[in-house]
Design a protein around this ligand. Sequence first.
Ligand SMILES: Nc1ncnc2c1ncn2[C@@H]1O[C@H](COP(=O)(O)OP(=O)(O)O)[C@@H](O)[C@H]1O
Ligand SMILES: [Mg+2]
Length: 255
Amino acid sequence: MSQIIAVHSYRGGTGKSSTAANLALILASTGHRVALVDTDIQTPALDVMFGAAVPPAGRSLADYLIGRCEIEDAVYPAEADAGHDGFFLVPARSRAAGSNEIMGRGYDVGLLREGFDRLIDSLALDVLLLDTHAGFNNETVTAMACSDSLVIVTRADRLDLAGARETMALAQRLGGARISVAVNMVPDGEVHTRLRDEVESAYDTRLTAVLPYAPEMVSLAGERLFSTAYPHHPLVAGYRKIISEVSNGTTGIRR
Ligand SMILES: Nc1ncnc2c1ncn2[C@@H]1O[C@H](COP(=O)(O)OP(=O)(O)O)[C@@H](O)[C@H]1O
Ligand SMILES: [Mg+2]
């Protein structure tokens, strides 16, 4: 059985794309068949993070949504060099399909859900991982609605926590995804009791993982994924903790 995991945050810049990319890489490196889909058409990131994977004129999710290609035409081996032959990437948009075009024309949201199902079948996936745009646009809400597990990435500050109730209310309305909350960019990787209480009460759930702020990520300048470059870093231990919680009690992911 396959599993759909969406990574969401209320605000931008909290670390969704970094988290999604590293979760996907760790899952692929432990033998799972994984596709990572960038549903953030407005501010895509995965085409940059996996720069070598996507040819400049390649197709994308946006091309599929506006009817220019099949979803299968927008799939690329994510890390062919690293020998993960069950790891795939679907970039959000290409040069051929700009964001203006898709936002101007609109598209049938049903196509997105159908595309996810097709990817699971045609790539025989264990896990479909969805990176999202911050907030609640069409693609993000569809990704949330399709997911079995929702990983919420937040910083422990007032601005991010202000979105917690709205996020949780929507997730519940969309029905039953299992929710994990990861606090990212935590100085020294320590969340003090008062802050932990504040975050847990805002999301009304126990924290899944505390992800430390890692200055090394900045110096990587996006050239390699963090978990490849620093496999023993506490941040990678945090990513693994998310996977362990998400896979707990499900059949799609072996631990
Ligand atoms: N734990 C972390 N420590 C340090 N920098 C981080 C961490 N997580 C993410 N970043 C950096 O923060 C910026 C925003 O992250 P990104 O994953 O693009 O966020 P989002 O997708 O939510 O907008 C990126 O430059 C990324 O490298
Ligand atoms: Mg992003």
